[in-house]
Every structure is written in C-alpha cells, then in structure tokens.
Design a protein around this ligand. Structure first.
Ligand code: NOJ
Length: 499
C-alpha cells in the first residue's frame, strides 16, 4: 500500500515506467475543493425499483442484440441506491471536500413530465444529501448526466424542443426540494456525448445515427434548456439559496502538429467545435464564428437550403449569454491536430465539418480505454487556453481520471496520472487560471457506458460478482487521501506553502 515513507522511492519507480517531470511542490490553497464524482446511471442500479421510470440507457442496455460490451447493464451497477451510506462513509474516510453525483430524472419524474412525482425517488436524494451534509461534504449536483426518461426519448429526446420546458420543470423541482442544501448545480454533463454520441454518431444512447444534423439540433435545445434553468435559478432561487449554476463541458486538448499557421488554426478550430460549441453561446452569446461559417459553407455546397447548424435569434443570443456562474471542465487526454488537405466537402457530420486531421502519438502511455492516452501537459495548456478565451470565469474540474483493466488493486498508473495532472493543474493556478476545485473520476469502478464494466476508473474497486457489491480501496485511494490531507503532491517535508 502507498505510504508517505516510501513516497520518494515509489515516485522514482513510477518514473521508470512513465516519463515524469518534477512535480509542483506548492500546496493547493486551503479553500481549493478536492472531491470525487459518479453519475446516477453508472452507480445507482435499482433501475425499476421504488417507482423509477425507464430511461434511455435502460432501454439501450436491455435491447437485443445489445450494443454494450458483454451485454452489461446498469440494472444493479454499484447498487448505490441501497449502499449510499457506505459510499458516504468512504468519502468521509477519503477526506473529500465535495462529492459530485447526478440525479436520475426518471427516478424523480418517471415519465419526464410532472404528472407524477415519485416521492421515493425524492427521498433517496434527500437522504444522500443529508448524509453528505452531516459529514461536512459539499454536494455538487449534476442535473442531467445522459439518462433521459424514455417517454421523452420516444418523442425525439433532445432533438425535440418540447424537452426544454420539461427540463426546466424538472430542475425547478430540484431547486425547490434540495436547493437550501446545495451550493453547486451543473445543468448538463458533457452535452457533446449526449448530442454527438446520442444523435450524431449513434455511439451512445439513444443510438440514433443522424450525423451532421441530429447533434446540432440537440445542442441547440440543450443550450436553450441550460439558459432557461440558469435564469429560473437566478430569478427565483439565487437570493435565498445563494448557490451557483454551471455546466460541465468536456474537451481534449488540441496540440497543433506544427507551428504552421494552418495547423495552429486547425487546432483552434478543434477547440471551438468541441468546447466553444457550448461555451461560446453561454459566455459570449452565440456559436463560434468559425463554426457558423464553415457549417454554412459546407451545407450550401452540399445542397442544403440553409445551414445544418441552427441559428439563434438575437433575442435568444441575449438570453443565453452570461448564463454560467462557473464552468465545469472534464479533461482526460490530448490529440495532435493538423490542417487537412482532404476536407471531405460532401460528408456531413460534426467531425468532417471541423476540416482537420487529428491523431494521438504512439509514445504517449496507453490505458485500458483506447481513446485515453496519458498527456498531462495538455491539461495545463487547456487551462491556459480557457483563461485566454473566456477570461476569468471560475473553473471547477468536474472530471479527470484514468482507466485500467481491474486486474490489480496496485493501480500505479492512476497514481502517476493523478500526480502529473494535479501538478499541471497546480502550475495552471500559478499561471493565474481561476480554478477553484478538482474532482477525480471516479469514486469507484462503475458502468462505463458502451464499455460495460471492462474499463475501470475507480479509486475504489467494486466486486460486481458479489451480491453486496463489495468496495475495496485501490492504492490510488491512499494517494488521493494523502493529497487531500496535505494539499500537496510531494513528500510533506518538500511542500511549500502557496502565497
Ligand atoms: C466522462 C463521463 O462524464 C463519465 O460518465 C465517464 O464515465 C467518464 N468520462 C470516463 O469515460
């Protein structure tokens, strides 16, 4: 097990296996938040218990043939619905400042509409929040982490604008019920996965392939829904509840393949298409200019009467602008990006619309997830890009983490990943980026969407064959605990206080 005594030796050994830089030895500020995250469908289980309605992931995982690896489902998952007290005990042992979890819409409103409010569902989250508060752990709540009530999915889900008002009603119920105890609300987690995965490439629930059209319609509605919820909180709840409402956006860092102007612009385009797609409307009021222009031009060449990217009215632009109290950011990895000589003009999908070529370097350490290569310096660069692009909006890192195959509790790769990423994050604080917290993904191994249970992201392992879903700390849990206790990444005697 990890111990402070063998810390230096341990770190040196890790550096033999991976390429290490010197770690930043400054302490994180006292008010910097450290925590871990999960999401409802990935951990709760109890998919049809106590009045919960079906959602899109229930539907997809129960379909035959199933698109999910090994036909896995979240029917039981980590059984956190029944074991939340144990989860909070673990969080307490770890010494986290906050716990980020999501609420299952269909557990509270089984049909997605407010025609029926499931009291057992409301009670579950009330108990979880109470347990957290009693243990001095700040709840950070994601209102939507990909699990759309199936009744709404049946009518087009996020591509049907009917969902906007329904989402607002659902959020209103949450603010009314839990708002006095919750200071951080996240409207959406990674809308790119909901929209591009769900309705573009079809790689996520509801598995609809409508590339170049579905994802843009979906994002348009997501942004309107987000803005409505922010305004509702601002007008009706902020004064009394004094909380903050943000959104979590994910992106990989895009490193230009060369210093050429074309590659630099291609990398910027990648970031605008991936992050700016949401952040630009929310912070500045509209889609990034480069997206508007490229998609309009390509749509025209492709024979569409108007751009495949929907257009906001001036009124909508004003309404959406300025609707985030903070930005949640999920960072995992980086891609090299270059100008493409083959813009695939007649292909319409979000990736082709970017007109770039991207790849990951072979020399970057691999993990159990084929998309996730370890590139810690990309984290610092992304943080600096965010500051340069969106000024000083407060940033909460809502996810960062790495997967392994679960063959050992000695997850050195994860310790290395945390050390290097946290060090780059500490550097970014030195650079003046306004980051107020870090959330490790994940508290425990869980249902990793289409990969089922084959890619493990937890600092706790879960035995999915034991009826009791026994949780066991991995070596990285001890390291993370050490960091949270000392607020420092290196041996305590080498830590220096931050000024
Ligand atoms: C981002 C998602 O929010 C989370 O649900 C997922 O498990 C992790 N990335 C790891 O892929």
């Amino acid at each position: 097990m990890f111990s402070v005594k063998n810390f230096v030796l341990h770190y040196l050994l890790l550096c033999v296996s991976y390429t290490c830089g010197a770690l930043n030895n400054k302490r994180f500020p006292d008010n910097f938040l450290f925590g871990t995250a999960t999401a409802s469908y990935q951990v709760e289980g109890a998919w049809n218990i106590d009045g919960k309605g079906e959602n899109n992931w229930d539907k997809v995982t129960h379909s035959t043939p199933s698109p999910v690896r090994e036909n896995a489902t979240g029917d039981i998952a980590c059984d956190s619905y029944h074991k939340y007290r144990e989860d909070v005990d673990i969080l307490k042992t770890l010494g986290v400042n906050h716990y980020r979890f999501s609420i299952s819409w269909s557990r509270i409103l089984p049909t997605g509409f407010t025609n029926k409010i499931n009291q057992d569902g409301l009670a579950y989250y009330a108990n979880l929040i109470e347990e957290l508060k009693e243990n001095n752990i700040e709840p950070v709540i994601t209102i939507f982490h990909w699990d759309t009530p199936q009744d709404l999915e049946n009518i087009g889900g996020w591509t049907n604008e009917v969902i906007i008002d329904l989402f607002e009603k659902y959020a209103e119920l949450l603010f009314k019920t839990y708002g006095n105890d919750v200071k951080y609300w996240i409207t959406f987690n990674e809308p790119k996965q909901t929209c591009q995965g769900g309705y573009g490439s079809g790689e996520m629930a509801p598995v609809i392939k409508s590339p170049g059209i579905g994802e843009y319609m979906c994002v348009h509605n997501v942004l309107k829904a987000h803005a409505k919820v922010w305004h509702m909180y601002n007008d009706q709840f902020r004064e009394n509840q004094k909380g903050h409402v943000g959104i979590t956006i994910d992106t990989q860092w895009a490193e230009p393949n060369s210093n050429s102007e074309e590659d630099v612009q291609a990398a910027e385009r990648f970031l605008q298409f991936t992050f700016g797609w949401y952040a630009n409307p929310i912070i500045n009021g509209d889609y990034p200019e480069v997206m508007k222009k490229l998609i309009a031009d390509r749509s025209e060449k492709q024979g569409f009467e108007k751009s495949r990217l929907p257009v906001f009215t001036d009124e909508q632009v004003e309404f959406i602008k300025g609707t985030a109290d903070f930005l949640g950011v999920n960072y995992y990895t980086t891609r090299m990006v270059q100008h493409t000589t083959d813009p695939q003009t007649m292909v319409y999908d979000w990736i082709a619309d970017m007109e770039i070529h991207s790849y990951q370097k072979d020399e970057w350490p691999s993990t159990a997830s084929n998309w996730l290569k370890i590139v810690p310096w990309g984290f610092r660069k992304l943080m600096n890009w965010l500051k340069a692009t969106y000024s000083d909006i407060p940033i909460l890192i809502t996810e960062n983490g790495v997967s392994e195959d679960g063959s050992s509790l000695e997850d050195d790769i994860r310790i290395y990943y945390f050390q290097e990423h946290l060090s780059n994050l500490r550097d970014a604080l030195d650079d003046g980026v306004n980051i107020f917290g870090y959330t490790a993904w994940s508290l425990m191994d869980n249902f990793e969407w289409m990969k089922g249970y084959t890619e493990k992201f937890g600092i706790y392992s879960v035995n999915f064959s034991s009826p009791n879903r026994i949780r066991t700390p991995k070596k990285s849990a001890d390291y993370f605990k050490y960091v949270m206790r000392t607020r420092c990444l290196v041996q305590e005697s080498d830590c220096v206080d931050s000024v």
